[in-house]
Design a protein around this ligand. Sequence first.
Ligand code: MV4
Length: 504
Amino acid sequence: MFEDQNHKLKISKILIANRGEIALRIMRSAKEMGIKTVAVFSEADRNALHVRYADEAIFIGPAPSNQSYLVGEKIIEACKLTGAEAIHPGYGFLSENANFAQMVADAGLILIGPSPHAMEIMGNKLSAKAAALKYNIPMVPGTEEAIKDVAEAKERAVEVGFPILIKAAAGGGGKGMRIVEKADDFEEQMQLAVSEATSAFGDGSVFIERYVTSPRHIEIQVLGDNYGNIVHLFERECSVQRRHQKVIEEAPSAVLTEKIRQQMGKCAVDVARSVNYTGAGTVEFILDENLDFFFLEMNTRLQVEHPVTELITGIDLVKEQIKIASGEKLSFNQEDLKINGHAIELRVYAEDPKNNFLPDIGTLQTYKTPKGNGVRVDDGFEQGMEIPIYYDPMIAKLITYGKDREEAIERMVRAIAEYEITGIETTLAFGNFVMQHEAFKTGNFDTHFVGKYFNADSLKVEDETEALIAAVIASKLFEKKSDVAPSAEMLKSNSDWRKNRLKY
Ligand code: MV4
């Protein structure tokens, strides 16, 4: 590390404290910037792509992440061994751990992310809301502090109006949430919520909010530098999710007006400002049927779905993170940022949508990614590799871009059809179902989309229809004794038929 003439701290080597697609994603931007990369890997990842892509790689322990990717001391030790000056934590693992952020600073290293203080405040929903109160940010009515007295809380619940939602202050991703329909159920649900929060987070603090029954989940990407400049990079719509696991995200949202977009963007910047936020972050809102929005929480990391924002803004978020951590000023202001076109991301999970999304592990016998105009695939595997059971079941992110939403959807349908994965079940067919669904196509959906419209039969019917169409075409061609009649070989499976159908 040295200071150049402009007194900017330059980073020459970054350690990526992560694995899979996000480790590769980060290394690619580092490489473009002329920065050397260090991978870390567990026993399960000896042959992983992120290890081969990096300039150097350090073994950090057994497969279970609590003995490898989650051990801060091992990560810092790997920096010392290799001379890496900075750490990019990616998402998950140590990325939102304020203690780790402090350890990194104490070791004289740079964490590519916000300050330990910002992480700590935003790591708790109550302190996050308290910080945001400094500004005029719309929030769902409820309690502003952790509930100590159940009777008092019940009075407040009656005031706010049922249904209400009990939330764990330390929670994330919907864990520890309980809906209470009526006052009679309050005490019981309260007890359950506290014990759930205690066992899940070691912190039984809960609070209540009015339950917004059919919200859309919309989040705003922000970037802040070390000189007080904070901008937003518009919204991502993340309503298509299943049990708090996002499956499809897009930017921009099909429903925001320019006015609401500006208001939400300003609120997001204010939330970030309330903790002097630096780096990339995401401010999460829910939006109700009247297009009223409410601040929920802030995620202090680079998110899985960041590519859709990159595609519509032309900004490389990882490069910006690195530049900010190096002490550079943001090179653009809010007025420089514009939305161009539309992007959609499908998370390709090793899960079987025909079988209640049961995780499906195994070997990628065939793995061929789609290509062509407007298609980006962020992945971390190749054909022949095994999906380890120890980590997140996401294999890849398929991202399409178009001049407008319709074109992005059409490209997604085409790219899904081109994507060939055998050996494991994936959420590709589920993605196709969503893309073809009227509610999705018209933009008329909320967080209940999956529960409302999808069941295992949704895909089986599609399979049968395809098989039927194939059979009808085959028999017609056979009747005509056409010399282009498909052979038995061509018809033996759906995927073979799919590959060959363009020929007739
Ligand atoms: C809510 C809500 C309705 N009303 N809060 C779920 C995850 C966490 N980040 C916040 N969540 C919600 N909070 C109030 N007052 C509905 C949800 C919610 C949700 C939010 C975003 C994305 C998907 C969701 C699915 C179910 C519930």
